[in-house]
Design a protein around this ligand. Structure first.
Ligand SMILES: [Fe+2]
Ligand SMILES: [Fe+2]
Length: 290
């Protein structure tokens, strides 16, 4: 993969950037081991990997791109594997970050699930924590980072200013299509967020893989967990239907676990595995289509 398509050495950099972005407004914020200056110490803005990442993300995530990726991936004929197997597959994604300090993908999933479990939430909620980033296997199918991670937004309608690095959206070809730049664009007012085309990435992909097996709140958490302009910034109310208000509450309940569950204490994968294998078997068949 060229450096142009992979400005981030480590996908965790995005989580850390969001953590910094929202920490001041979150009383429940748990401090991390990562130095805060890590994301603001670039003498030249162009050297900031998060900025470079969003420049690509916002330039290339067009409505046509999203539709093309849905045609490509939603046939789900790439692999057949169970949930734990998918976790191990995702774990083969090797970031360039220091392997001694970075958490593996499985460790992030287990830390998220364990934090939800400790707070006494229902079993489907714990399971959602375990699964929520499995769509990142898109990286292993050769997708560039900007087609896998990053805050999502709605394509085919006007971009709210609250999108992170919104200035880069000027480089998106859709910004020159008048039909896509009205408030609702190609959508009807209050059409419901399940009926819009969000930017393509791990959230949307995983939603389609698991949608037959999990309750509605879990599906909302999975599909919208990177939709920060909506669940953190309050944008897109004009596209929400009656059910979306409740979905918003669920996604907001999930968000702190995704943002703040990272800790240096590594979960004991072997010790936790039997509990999670049982939980997976409660909801999923042994093999799913990916
Ligand atoms: Fe995620
Ligand atoms: Fe996550």
């Amino acid at each position: 993969m060229s450096t142009d398509s992979s400005p981030l050495k480590d996908l965790d950099v995005l989580d850390a950037e969001r953590q910094e972005r929202y920490a001041l407004s979150d009383r429940e914020a748990i401090t991390t081991d990562k130095p805060r200056e890590a994301f603001r110490s670039y003498s030249r803005a162009e050297d900031d990997p998060v900025r470079a990442f969003y420049r690509l993300h916002h330039r290339y995530q067009t409505l046509d791109f999203v539709k093309a990726k849905k045609r490509e991936y939603l046939t789900r004929d790439r692999r057949r594997m169970g949930i734990w197997e998918a976790m191990e597959f995702l774990n083969t994604l090797v970031d360039e970050s220091d392997p001694d300090t970075g958490l593996s993908q499985i460790e992030h999933l287990l830390q998220t699930a364990e934090a939800i479990r400790k707070d006494g939430h229902p079993r489907w909620f714990i399971l959602t924590g375990l699964l929520h980033d499995l769509g990142k296997i898109l990286c292993l199918f050769g997708e560039p980072q900007w087609a896998v991670v990053g805050d999502t937004f709605v394509t085919g309608c006007a971009y709210p200013d609250s999108i992170v690095y919104a200035e880069f959206l000027r480089e998106n070809p859709d910004s020159n299509v008048p039909a896509y730049q009205t408030l609702c664009g190609i959508y009807e007012p209050h059409c419901g967020l399940d009926n819009v085309h969000l930017t393509w990435g791990h959230d949307e992909y995983l939603y389609h893989v698991v949608r037959d097996y999990l309750p509605e709140p879990a599906l909302a958490m999975i599909r919208y967990h990177s939709f920060y302009p909506w669940h953190r910034e309050g944008a897109y109310t004009h596209l929400m239907d009656a059910q979306d208000a409740e979905r918003l509450r669920w996604v907001q309940a999930f968000n702190p676990y995704d943002l703040y569950s990272k800790s240096a204490v590594r979960p004991d994968v072997a010790q936790l595995r039997p509990y999670y294998e049982d939980l997976i078997a409660e909801y999923f068949p042994p093999v799913l289509r990916w």
